[in-house]
Write a protein that binds this ligand. Structure first.
Ligand SMILES: *[C@@H]1O[C@H](CO)[C@@H](O)[C@H](O)[C@H]1NC(C)=O
Ligand SMILES: *[C@@H]1O[C@H](CO)[C@@H](O)[C@H](O)[C@H]1NC(C)=O
Ligand SMILES: *[C@@H]1O[C@H](CO)[C@@H](O)[C@H](O)[C@H]1NC(C)=O
Ligand SMILES: *[C@@H]1O[C@H](CO)[C@@H](O)[C@H](O)[C@H]1NC(C)=O
Ligand SMILES: *[C@@H]1O[C@H](CO)[C@@H](O)[C@H](O)[C@H]1NC(C)=O
Ligand SMILES: *[C@@H]1O[C@H](CO)[C@@H](O)[C@H](O)[C@H]1NC(C)=O
Ligand SMILES: *[C@@H]1O[C@H](CO)[C@@H](O)[C@H](O)[C@H]1NC(C)=O
Ligand SMILES: *[C@@H]1O[C@H](CO)[C@@H](O)[C@H](O)[C@H]1NC(C)=O
Ligand SMILES: *[C@@H]1O[C@H](CO)[C@@H](O)[C@H](O)[C@H]1NC(C)=O
Length: 314
């Protein structure tokens, strides 16, 4: 940045000298000067210049970009050596995944007082040098898995005053330096869906500042939820067969079955009790009833209970 400004100064000196020397300058030399100036500006853009509405101060650490209260609706294009980024009090409602991918030097990111409603997976990936992340007073509802990962140097994450009800498993991963996670004033949903976050929190319970303020929507501290109660939510208590998925239903995990499968663990199908003799049972996909698929040679011993009767007699 300094380098670009320096070049700019030199260019304007040259222009000034040229103008002083020959006031009868012709159009062509003026064009050449303009093209030269334009080229210098373009060279600056490739490296990423200060966003026009923001102010930037550079020192040897990098650019300190200040976009406080500028009504910005999205993250502007930034110098690739951005060190501090202040986007406090803007109008940003979404941030794309990988949005900060080209800012490896970023140490401090302030997004307090914006309109963020969600954060998607991998939003903050590559911010491996980030120290502090400020996201308070937005309207974030869900922390998706892989949202806060690989930020191995992050000390502080501020999320208070959002609308977070759910924190997915692996939303917070590999945050090896984390010492403060503030979640006050979020209505966390403390049914079985809290289990992953609760376990993560209990593992770090010796660190007082990590999530100690996380509170269920009914006012109970997440940290104080009893393992005896949450035990029913342990994934080991929910093994679903045949592609069924465990889902939190209030204070229990249940199997959500697919296709023909039913029963507590998706282990049952109408075919379980439907005898096709030598044939194969299948579930008719349109009306969902059990049907027999018969091989020609066994046709008498096959389709359904009637034939099965003959089969048994013989
Ligand atoms: C750069 O400036 C910031 C303040 O804007 C200061 O915190 C930081 O220590 C400075 N870094 C260096 C290397 O001077
Ligand atoms: C920024 O981009 C310039 C030019 O592409 C490159 O020389 C420089 O190393 C980059 N800086 C960082 C911190 O990536
Ligand atoms: C903020 O963004 C919303 C849309 O997301 C827009 O309707 C509103 O006018 C913006 N407000 C300002 C002050 O720019
Ligand atoms: C960003 O991180 C991804 C995955 O961790 C990595 O593959 C990629 O090279 C990184 N990109 C940059 C620009 O550092
Ligand atoms: C990010 O983390 C994943 C696993 O969580 C790891 O495989 C990957 O190498 C990490 N990327 C970087 C850039 O550290
Ligand atoms: C908070 O989230 C809930 C959905 O979980 C939504 O119905 C409600 O409108 C949100 N409140 C605010 C203030 O955004
Ligand atoms: C955590 O991050 C470090 C450094 O980027 C990486 O080497 C390691 O594989 C990561 N571990 C996990 C479990 O993601
Ligand atoms: C709040 O909800 C949790 C989880 O459902 C429950 O264990 C706790 O007793 C409730 N607290 C109050 C004050 O109702
Ligand atoms: C379901 O479909 C099969 C094959 O189309 C048909 O034979 C059977 O009668 C149907 N059963 C019902 C209850 O509609």
């Amino acid at each position: 940045m300094m380098r670009i400004l320096g070049v700019f100064e030199n260019v304007s000196k040259v222009v000034w000298k040229v103008l002083n020397k020959r006031c009868n300058m012709n159009i062509i030399s003026m064009d050449i000067i303009l093209i030269f100036v334009f080229a210098v500006i373009c060279a600056g853009l490739v490296e990423g210049t200060c966003p026009s509405t923001c102010s930037c101060v550079d020192n040897s650490s990098g650019s300190h970009v200040n976009c406080n209260s500028k009504y910005l609706g999205r993250i502007p294009t930034l110098p690739n050596d951005t060190y501090h980024l202040n986007l406090h009090n803007n109008n940003i409602s979404t941030i794309k995944a990988f949005a900060f991918m080209n800012l490896p030097s970023l140490r401090n990111l302030n997004l307090n007082n914006n309109k963020l409603r969600s954060l998607v997976s991998y939003t903050f990936i590559n911010l491996t040098n980030l120290n502090a992340l400020y996201l308070q007073s937005n309207k974030i509802q869900l922390l998706e898995r892989n949202t806060f990962i690989n930020m191995t140097k992050v000390f502080y994450i501020y999320l208070q005053g959002n609308n977070i009800s759910d924190i997915e498993e692996h939303a917070l991963g590999n945050l090896t330096s984390l010492t403060l996670l503030r979640l006050t004033a979020n209505p966390l949903n403390c049914d079985c869906s809290i289990f992953a976050f609760w376990s993560w929190l209990i593992e770090r319970s010796s660190k007082y500042y990590i999530g100690s303020s996380a509170t269920c929507s009914n006012g109970t501290l997440v940290k104080s939820l009893q393992s005896a109660v949450l035990d029913t939510c342990h994934p080991d208590n929910c093994q679903c067969f045949n592609g069924g998925k465990c889902v939190a239903m209030g204070y229990e995990l249940n199997c959500d079955c697919i296709g023909q499968w039913t029963g507590t663990f998706c282990q049952e199908s109408q075919c379980t009790s439907y005898d096709c003799g030598f044939g194969d049972c299948y579930i008719e996909p349109v009306n969902g009833t059990a049907q027999c698929l018969c091989d020609d040679i066994y046709v008498n011993f096959c389709p359904g209970k009637l034939c099965n009767f003959y089969y048994k007699v013989m």
